[in-house]
Design a protein around this ligand. Structure first.
Ligand SMILES: C[S@@+](CC[C@H](N)C(=O)[O-])C[C@H]1O[C@@H](n2cnc3c(N)ncnc32)[C@H](O)[C@@H]1O
Length: 339
């Protein structure tokens, strides 16, 4: 797919046609989004971290759990071994397509308790007050225009004393980290431009009502403003890294993902995917008040890096020389409904 003749003109053009209603709400069952939902959740947690978290949250067999914005039911799958025996898990999502797949998945992992998947809006969930022993969400608040309202609804459904748990990242900070890899580093000016684009895009994203990439770092404050008690926060300690001889299952998985993505990079499928995400970014940059010339430079540098780095990276993988190490700011925030 070729880029528009004048990107500056394109950015100004999108401003005219964009409104709150068509500003790009995500339908998570669509191909590119669903792929992210599946792939980013493989090797998301270390098992011993989950054991510690379950203890810290106070998960127990037999609990009634609500997962707001459950998608494919990943949180249910993750915590089932702690709550599942005689427990009840209610996954709610606005996508009935995803829920269909979630139900099929749960038939495999949910033994010994009950699972229910229902369509619903996280701002008005179909449960009475004080219903659940735990209310949780993962990467939901970061996509919402009104995260505080959703959190208030989660609080409403928790019984007094019950934990409300949010697993939400600060992806903006993760993007700004100066990670190390075996690939050539961008120039300092280029790094600064990438950072500028990322910050402006997040401001645009908030203005468009698409959520806030930094939400993980804001949730503790939102919880305290809503009157929750016992608020604590931790980080997921998974680090994404691969180095020769790539001898762990996680490294092999990440390497396979990188290789598959590189092999698609210069195919129509790869170009379509790149343009899909880039056009959203362009809208966000524009909404954030960025200078179109900066975005043009950003696109030119990114295109050049993709063209040069794709064969280089494939060669490094072939030669067992490819290396990367990348940490992410993925917060687990726990509050409680006051007694
Ligand atoms: C990034 S996905 C996360 C899914 C799941 N929690 C996970 O970690 O795999 C966000 C989910 O929130 C759902 N969602 C977004 N806004 C919603 C709303 N207002 N009501 C219900 N679900 C919503 C989407 O359909 C999507 O499945």
């Amino acid at each position: 797919m070729s880029p528009p003749a004048s990107r500056a003109g394109f950015i100004r053009g999108t401003a005219r046609i964009m409104s709150e209603e068509n500003s790009g709400k995500v339908e998570w069952s669509e191909k590119h989004w669903k792929e992210m939902l599946v792939k980013q959740r493989v090797f998301l947690w270390l098992d011993d971290t989950l054991d510690k978290l379950a203890d810290w949250i106070g998960l127990e067999p037999g609990m009634t759990a609500i997962d707001a914005g459950c998608g494919l039911g990943y949180l249910g799958y993750t915590f089932w071994k702690y709550i599942g025996k005689n427990g009840r898990y209610f996954g709610v999502d606005m996508s009935s397509q995803l829920l269909q797949d979630a139900r099929a998945g749960a038939a495999e992992w949910a033994k010994g308790g009950e699972t229910h998947f229902m369509t619903g809006d996280v701002y008005r969930l179909p449960f009475p007050d004080n219903f659940a022993d735990i209310v949780m969400c993962q990467t939901l608040l970061m996509h919402l225009k009104e995260p505080r309202e959703a959190l208030a609804e989660m609080l409403r459904m928790a019984r007094p004393g019950a934990p409300i748990v949010c697993n939400e990242p600060d992806n903006l900070s993760s993007m700004l980290m100066n990670d190390y890899s075996s690939m050539p580093e961008p120039e300092i000016e280029e790094k600064l431009l990438f950072s500028k684009v990322a910050i402006i895009c997040n401001e645009g994203r908030i203005k468009l009502g698409r959520g806030d990439l930094r939400i993980g770092a804001r949730v503790p404050l939102l919880m305290s403003k809503l009157g929750m008690t016992d608020i604590e926060t931790r980080l997921n300690d998974r680090v994404y890294f691969a180095q020769p001889p790539y001898d762990s299952p996680a490294q092999q998985y990440h390497l396979k993902e990188v290789r598959e993505q590189l092999e698609k990079e210069n195919t129509p499928e790869g170009e379509e995917k790149r343009e899909f995400f880039r056009s959203r970014l362009r809208e966000e940059f524009q909404a954030g008040g960025g200078d179109p010339k900066d975005f043009e430079r950003f696109e030119a540098i990114t295109d050049k890096r993709i063209a040069e780095h794709t064969p280089m990276k494939l060669q490094q993988i072939e030669n067992n020389e490819y290396y990367f190490c990348h940490g992410v700011m993925f917060y687990i925030i726990r509050g409680r409904k006051p007694l």
